[in-house]
Design a protein around this ligand. Structure first.
Ligand code: 13P
Length: 250
């Protein structure tokens, strides 16, 4: 049985003070319910320390939104894995579609970041997903399979890896994939993993869904056999909504 994982990706939102308040509100609301899934929060870099302080004694994981693949050096604007680890991050997201779309991230650079994070003992959430054009051209499975294969290139052990299927057309658009559409891609990803790593590893791998997940649609998405939780954008910026989604996964 795979333990579901729900992570709030706050993207480029919240000042340090606002982030601390939101994390505290999430923590407080979670306290009054039974939570059986893994929960994480990915604030922007400047707020990691503040959110880390708030969640320090809780089960909430501190997650970074990106990392660089070098240890240190002349890489203006980048943050290394050991810097993130020093702030208490246990997870890092790599390959988010916004990084691919706006910041030149490719399957190759995603693979480098993933390798570096795993080498440093950090767990990784690797995002994959097709654009609307790719879906309409009928190449969803081909694109996603390629992202999975290349992103995981030369990775022998999937122990520290979570995948997130985030169809680009469903992110921030209010247009969620139907549970059936999502399940179809999740099942195909699991088949790819099974071909690469065997059935046992594929059975253990967690695959989150992301893209306009809300309290109103979370339960039916999470009820699908291959959907193991969610990567939540917009709805994670409201403590009440995020906690409702966490409870839907519990
Ligand atoms: P939304 O939930 O805002 O669609 O964002 C999803 C996402 O990109 C999470 O990483």
């Amino acid at each position: 049985m795979r333990k579901k994982i729900v992570v709030g990706n706050w993207k480029m939102n919240k000042t340090v003070a606002e982030a601390g308040e939101l994390a505290a509100a999430v923590l407080e609301k979670l306290d009054d319910g039974i939570v059986t899934c893994e929960v994480g929060i990915a604030p922007p870099f400047p707020a990691l320390t503040e959110v880390g302080k708030v969640v320090e004694w809780s089960d909430i994981r501190l997650v970074a939104q990106n990392c660089h693949f070098e240890d240190d050096g002349a890489y203006t604007g980048e943050v290394s894995v050991h810097m993130l680890a020093s702030l208490g991050c246990g997870y890092v997201i790599v390959g988010h579609s916004e990084r691919r779309q706006y910041f030149g991230e490719t399957n190759q650079t995603v693979n480098l970041r993933l390798k570096k994070a795993l080498d440093e003992g950090m767990q990784v959430i690797m995002c994959v997903g097709e654009t609307l054009e790719e879906r309409e051209n009928g190449v969803t499975e081909k694109v996603v399979t390629e992202q999975v294969r290349q992103g995981l290139k030369d990775i022998s052990d999937l122990g520290g890896v979570v995948l997130a299927y985030e169809p680009v057309w469903a992110i921030g658009t209010g247009r969620t994939a139907t549970p059936e559409q999502a399940e179809e891609v999740h099942a195909s990803i699991r088949r790819t993993i099974s071909e690469m790593y065997g059935e046992l590893a594929a059975g253990h791998l967690r695959i989150q869904y992301g893209g306009s997940v809300k309290p109103s649609n979370a339960a039916e998405l999470f009820a699908k056999p291959n959907i193991d939780g969610g990567l939540i954008g917009g709805a994670s910026l409201k403590a009440e909504d995020f906690v409702a989604i966490v409870k839907a996964a519990s």
